[in-house]
Design a protein around this ligand. Structure first.
Ligand code: SF4
Length: 206
């Protein structure tokens, strides 16, 4: 792929596409996804390991990315990764907002918060803990459940985010058949939580 780096600030982009948000609070809404390269969190079950090495991905100028989004009717841009907060996202989010777009992020919180956000989805990972600074700003806490001990770990973070933060439990994809029934029972017993499914994988969209 040819690098698109005509403007001054650029970021490594693994892929960008217009689809439906498959997870969490905004599940089912049309959204333009920008998946940035680079991650040092190292989740063993990561389903986007190709994103880890930022140098493998072409640099895209911020204005170019904004134009790509504006070629679609999308109202929401989701910045994901990789771990997007490995990059300073002030300029990108300023540009997207100046075009009237809502800026959402999906992050492990393991790097300092930058950018201007309409929605912060914090998905903490055991492999590299979130920095405390992001916790009060999370609009949504989405915890991937891989085994039974993850419920107690999820509660640790539920106690640290703001009272208004939405709480979601999501089965790890490869364990979904065995973990989802446990999550259902857990949510019935602890109704502050909601179920998040990766519906994009069920409906075969990116
Ligand atoms: S934080 Fe996300 S991209 Fe990074 S290793 Fe974990 S699941 Fe993969």
């Amino acid at each position: 792929m040819i690098a698109e780096n005509s403007d001054t600030v650029s970021l490594p982009v693994m892929e960008h596409f217009y689809t439906l948000q498959g997870e969490g609070f905004h599940q089912g809404k049309a959204a333009y996804f920008i998946r940035l390269g680079g991650c040092d969190v190292g989740c063993v079950w990561c389903d986007v390991k190709d994103s880890w090495d930022a140098s493998k991905h072409p640099m895209f100028g911020i204005e170019t990315l904004k134009q790509r989004v504006k070629e679609t009717p999308s109202e929401i841009v989701v910045i994901t990764g990789g771990e997007p907060l490995m990059h300073n996202l002030d300029a990108l989010t300023t540009a997207l907002r100046s075009a009237g777009l809502k800026t959402n992020i999906e992050t492990s919180g393991a790097h300092p918060l930058s950018g201007h956000w309409d929605w912060i989805c914090l998905s903490p990972k055991k492999f590299k803990a979130p920095l405390p600074g992001i916790l009060p700003f999370a609009n949504e806490l989405k915890v991937v459940i891989f085994n039974k001990t993850d419920f107690a770990w999820a509660e640790e973070y539920a106690a640290k985010v703001s009272p208004a933060c939405k709480l979601f439990l999501q089965p790890e994809w490869d364990k979904a058949a065995t973990i989802t029934p446990l999550i259902i029972e857990y949510i019935k017993a602890n109704p502050k939580w909601e179920l998040s499914l990766q519906i994009h994988k069920y409906i075969n969209v990116p």
